[in-house]
Write a protein that binds this ligand. Sequence first.
Ligand code: O2Y
Ligand code: MN
Length: 610
Amino acid sequence: MNANMNTNEFEKLPFDCPNVALEKWIRKMAVVCQPDRIVLCDGSDQEWDALTDQLVESKTLIRLDPKLHPNSFLARSHPSDTARVEDRTFICSLRESDAGPTNHWRHPEKMKALLRDKFQGSMQGRTMYVVPFCMGPIDSPLALVGVELTDSPYVVVSMKIMCHMGQKVFRKLGAHGAFIPCLHSVGAPLAKGQSDSAWPCNDEKYIVHFPETREVWSFGSGYGGNALLGKKCVALRIASTIARDHGWMAEHMLIMGLESPDGVKTYLTAAFPSSCGKTNLAMITPPEDYQKAGWKTTLVGDDIAWLWPGKSGKLHAINPETGFFGVAPGTSWQSNPNAMHALSKNTIFTNVALTDQNGVWWEGLSAPPSHLIDWTGQDWTPQSGRLAAHANSRFTAPADQCPNIDPEWQNPEGVPIDAIVFGGRRPTTMPLIFQAFDWTHGVFLGATQGSETTAAASGTVGTVRRDPMAMLPFCGYNMGDYFAHWLDMRKHIRRLPRIFHVNWFRKDAQGNFLWPGFRQNIRVLEWIVKRCHGRIPGHETPIGWTPDWEDFCVEGLEGFTHDQFDAAMEFRREDFLAEITSQNQFFLKLYHSMPKELLCQHELLMARMA
Ligand code: O2Y
Ligand code: MN
């Protein structure tokens, strides 16, 4: 044990800590984790330079060519540590029923006892970095302060990109302010003289949330959502419980703005299950004819939205993050030029391939180069027959480098929301776009959204994996109670957003997509905007309001016929009856906490279909 320690508390911190409770907690955790030293992080550029130099030295980072990628780095993780680990993610509420049947639950005391053992001495030979962070614009009424204690310098530099950090957070915290304690260790202590690996981690991983005491303990992983604790752990799992208790909403949603040719700005949020192109939609560039006509799109956030009834009477939204942790494969100048600009400098790439020019490459970026070093560090050629970049490889890039970042993205009061969009990857059944009749029906659409799994993933064709509001892995409490909270919010929002359901992925019998997607999705957004402002009529159908051909702009969409529109918009009674049965199976899982209003919506849909 370090000479500085007594048995209960690290005796003196090497920096002035302005917050009494924080100082006590750091000293207590230092005694458990036994780091060699403790360093307070300020998120400054000097700190970034020092830490990235150190990470290059330890071979965790490779400095990329400064002309191709200024101030940017490549990290290669351990092959066992490449994604969030849902089966090792726990919600430790006092009562199991408060975590609900869709979360992994353990009793908080039992879990803490187990984890204390894991964390005991876990930082030996390493530095404990103290990272004060703030999720949300620092003066926002919703902003949450957290402090992550981590033994991973990769986490520190990533947190600088992903959230507000440093002295300004300490100022907000003050002497007695509350913070969310987040303890993180890669779980790989170093014995004296033992050399370190480039990506230390532990085979056993625990991503643990204590929603009642608002704490996060994460052990064993250095990757993404497992380790950058401000993101999924605080801004979704812990924030969702705080939001429930305080009358707001923490959602897994993008936030974007659309300016129509008359200069009216409309903001919307959207929640999709993974692999539905959320980042691409958030950063959409309108096609040239739309740009010429005066349509502009802006980005507020690509992953998480915090919403509350604002002064305007509408729901207001902030993005609690300051960066993107985006999926690299598939991102290109064609598919997402805004993302390409955002990642052009000051970016950390993880698990992409390295080019012979010390640049980066991933599948879908461009034609494959003749030689690369793949994400595992091995030589790669197009004949290798394996991926050069990991399928979950990422770029961590500052959001303010995105060319169409919204001027209001850091407004502490957020942006006023007119529409909420749900959707999924549905080759059958679901039409391109329809609008909910009202808030309760909209909540039902969100609660039943999902994506059809491929045969390879599920073993069967056509199974829909439900992912209500895209929150299944991210809700810090019982999903049925979460639906009840959504329903309850209606009473507190004077000017309710309209709710829509989209499906870019409908296919015909031959397996061809019925809608061109990508940039052309702006046409669907145009219909949404016009509906929000009551500028066009909708067509009332058993599933909701749908667009008439005359009110849906296909001008300039070469060869897209009325018949194709009808095919993309078709809904069939027999498909919906099967859909209702499948939805029922999911609702049954949540039966004990399912709000009756949603069961009633089910009955109503069935009656309308009959
Ligand atoms: O695998 C990870 O750690 C990243 S998962 C992720 C990253 C950015 C945005 N969203 C997600 C997600 O799983 O929803
Ligand atoms: Mn996400």
